[in-house]
Design a protein around this ligand. Structure first.
Ligand code: ATP
Ligand code: MG
Length: 355
């Protein structure tokens, strides 16, 4: 059984952290007896420089023929002044997301006991390991709802959901909860918004299919506060496009470093896996970026797209061992000694082999 993976290293730290993730992939392929066909494609500024477009036709074909897309990161100061449709963000990443019809964005947020001091939250709040996942609806809601209008003195957007849109994202969240602590917090604004009233009703209907999962609801204003005051309460946060955009950034902020946080975006048939952070131009090319976000994105791919749960677990165990054992890149060094991006790759490969 071979899985076809489109590999898009992109810009900034993308190629460096991708290289480490591919080393880890090789190790788990050997250890767990599966194989992957990797096809590399250009995207972002790298695509623009080499092929004149941030999402070249060839890259689209590679992605559409793949079982999953593995992305590094895109963008950087060099490409900031291009026409909008040729920028790495709009012409590259957003166009790719559209091409794959992605409907759910999954962002884990983890604060290790050992890395507590990286978090802006106080020790009083972080009495245990924070570990939750935000499941954000990605294809509908106020970002896409029609009609939209923008005139000189008036403008509006439409927050619109259909029952089947909510069912799809709710099932994604409950499926994830089944593999975790079996608790879902659905975040909406059902005291004010009609779309949220529908959202809440449909989520409750879907919950009946998952009797083992506990469901509760929070209003988004309360959730924004609770994330700061008591993040330990969460297992899976299920929310709309707009609220998820805001809450998942807030969740990343309380974790301390973007270098640790992976993400997945589910499509109907092809899903996309990438770090939560961006291209980090300030540290690109120096071999000091933290490759863990990219490597944990690989673990999400192996689990969600290929059902290689044992390989995913081996990767997560190796990351846990490295972090708790004091192996730190600069972003998580807390003022102590730090190792390079490739040294982190060495250590994780070694831990997986030894386990
Ligand atoms: P982009 O526009 O691509 O998002 P950015 O300038 O906003 O670029 P981010 O990548 O979002 O930069 O990163 C924000 C901060 O987090 C930067 O200081 C960056 O160095 C740091 N950072 C992000 N990813 C990593 C990583 N993997 N390892 C270490 N630091 C990181
Ligand atoms: Mg950024």
């Amino acid at each position: 059984m071979a899985y076809n993976i489109a590999v898009l290293p992109g810009d900034g730290i993308g190629p460096e952290v991708m290289a480490q993730a591919l080393r880890v992939l090789k190790v788990v392929e050997e250890k767990f007896g599966f194989s992957c066909n990797l096809t590399e494609g250009l995207i972002g500024g790298a695509g623009y420089d080499a092929a004149g477009h941030p999402l070249p036709e060839e890259t689209k074909e590679i992605c559409l023929k793949s079982d999953a897309v593995f992305l590094g990161s895109i963008g950087g100061p060099k490409w900031e002044n291009l026409p909008p449709e040729l920028t790495p963000e709009l012409g590259g990443l957003l166009a790719l997301r559209k091409l794959l019809n992605l409907y759910a964005n999954i962002r884990p947020a983890v604060i290790y006991e050992e890395l507590k001091e990286m978090s802006p939250l106080s020790e009083r709040i972080l009495t245990d390991k924070v570990d939750f996942v935000t499941v954000r609806e990605l294809a509908y809601g106020v970002y896409f709802g029609q009609p939209k209008m923008l005139e000189e003195d008036e403008a509006f957007d439409t927050m619109r959901y259909r029952k089947e849109n909510v069912e799809q994202i709710a099932r994604a969240a409950f499926d994830i909860a089944m593999k975790r602590d079996k608790r879902v917090t659905s975040v909406d604004k059902a005291n004010v918004l009609s779309s949220s009233k529908l959202w809440r009703r449909v989520v409750e209907e879907v919950a009946k299919e998952y009797p083992e999962v506990t469901l509760n609801h929070q209003y988004v204003d309360n959730a924004a506060m609770q994330l700061m005051l008591n993040p330990l309460q969460y297992d899976v946060i299920l929310t709309t496009n707009l609220f998820g955009d805001i809450l998942s950034d807030e969740s990343a902020a309380i974790c301390g470093s973007l270098g640790m946080l992976p993400s997945a975006s589910y499509g109907e048939s092809i899903s996309l896996y990438e770090p939560s952070g961006g291209s980090a131009p300030d540290i690109a090319g120096k071999n000091i970026a933290n490759p863990i976000a990219q490597i944990l994105s690989l673990a999400m791919m192996l689990e969600s797209s290929f059902n290689e749960d044992a390989a995913a677990k081996a990767i997560r165990d190796a990351v846990d061992k490295a972090v708790t054992g004091g192996q730190r890149t600069g972003d998580i060094a807390c003022g102590g000694k730090s190792i390079t991006c490739s040294q982190m790759g060495d250590i994780l490969c070694q831990y997986i082999k030894e386990a």
